[in-house]
Design a protein around this ligand. Structure first.
Ligand SMILES: *Cc1c(COP(=O)(O)O)cnc(C)c1O
Length: 370
């Protein structure tokens, strides 16, 4: 018996694909890799992705929130973790006590992190975040320079990094990234001239790491690429990257229905002739979307989802796959036979993009690791 037997729907995560992608990223960029594993490892499972990435050579893991870092520490994950987002002062002591590196971007943070380090009884490791044009978190360059100087002088703080984040790295023809990088370089040369350069300067997300060698500095911060997914449909990954995630289910019921039967809530679909309808135990409560036009794979064929997707189930028309039985495998994301449904395809169909598709996979869907 396979351990996924008896699951209604589940994700299969290929850890060797994640390891391969981290190794490819290292080889391609020639610099250190921070695996970005926020939002439950982009839906892939934060702990497994963290362990796999570090085993494959990532030197750092990046999370968005301190709670994500603390959860990894509770699971005895030992490698360096940087909280890329804001850490409230109230949480800094616990973070430092758990060897979690913090992002600093405003003057009030300096005293807060220094006193957190004193109370935790261990030096705080920090990275200064510079806003060069993303206009989200970050200090303007002048403020960043001051932060670097003050953190450098704070007795219980180790200034380990300075970083920025690009707004349009997935549009390589757009001049914005160039301008952001130029601002960042100006600031870095001032910091260097003052003898304050920390060991890890970083800027590049997946898109920049792939397309812009000058943005790689000492470390890249890929998220999407380590899952084997492209940062933009117009920016495919090199051929040797592999997607890590597949989403599968098993048909829970099949029935032959007469013409004119309404299917699912609202009866928005009615059988035109006698039709075989299968039930797939996947719904919007799992992260599938209740929009028209969905397709899934059965026996290597694309079959249409008919009627509204409900919270836990959806219906498919099985007339084009006549030998289908209850228990047969259904693929919602991934390859089956010669067909493949990618997160990019679903993103298009759902009026969004691949990032939101995978981050939306619910916690209740079990993850199975290979
Ligand atoms: C999410 C994130 C990344 C990774 O972005 P990808 O596009 O998935 O590579 C890198 N840096 C920061 C600051 C982020 O928030």
């Amino acid at each position: 018996m396979n351990h996924t037997d008896g699951f209604s729907n589940w994700l299969v995560i290929d850890k060797s694909a994640i390891a391969n992608n981290v190794e490819r990223m290292r080889a391609l960029t020639g610099v250190r890799v921070m695996a970005v594993i926020k939002a439950n490892g982009y839906g892939h499972g934060i702990l497994e992705v963290a362990r796999t990435s570090v085993d494959a050579g990532a030197v750092y893991c990046g999370v968005a929130r301190v709670e994500e870092a603390l959860e990894l520490r509770r699971q005895n994950f030992e490698a360096p973790i940087l909280v890329l987002g804001n850490t409230p002062a109230e949480k800094m002591g616990e973070a430092v006590g758990n060897r979690t590196s913090l992002t600093i971007f405003k003057p009030a943070h300096v005293d807060a992190v220094e006193s957190a380090a004193v109370s935790a009884g261990r030096d705080a490791v920090v990275h200064v975040k510079v806003d060069t044009g993303m206009s989200r978190l970050g200090a303007k360059p002048e403020v960043a320079y001051d932060l670097v100087r003050r953190l450098h002088d704070a007795p219980h703080v180790q200034l380990e990094g300075v970083f920025t984040h690009f707004a349009k790295a997935d549009e390589p023809q757009d001049p914005t990234t160039e301008q952001q990088e130029a601002q960042f370089l100006d600031l870095m040369s001032e910091i260097e001239a003052a003898g304050l350069r920390p060991p890890i300067v970083h800027a590049a997300n997946s898109a920049a790491a792939l397309s812009r060698p000058s943005s790689r500095f000492d470390m890249v911060r890929p998220g999407m690429a380590i899952y084997g997914l492209c940062p933009d449909v117009k920016m495919p990954l090199p051929d040797d990257f592999r997607p890590a995630l597949r989403w599968k289910a098993r048909l829970s019921f099949i029935q032959r229905l007469e013409a004119g039967r309404g299917i699912s809530y609202g009866h928005v679909y009615k059988t035109k002739t006698e039709e075989t309808i299968g039930v797939v135990p996947v719904g919007y409560g799992d992260g599938y979307r209740r929009v028209p036009g969905n397709e899934v794979l059965i026996h290597g064929e694309r079959v249409p989802v008919v009627g509204r997707v409900s919270m836990d189930q959806l219906m498919v028309s099985l007339d084009d796959v006549p030998d289908t039985l209850i228990g047969d495998e259904v693929v919602l994301i991934g390859q089956q036979g010669d067909e493949c449904i990618s997160p990019e395809e679903l993103g298009e169909r759902w009026g969004t993009f691949n990032y939101e598709v995978i981050c939306g996979l619910s916690a209740r869907v079990p993850r199975s690791y290979r």
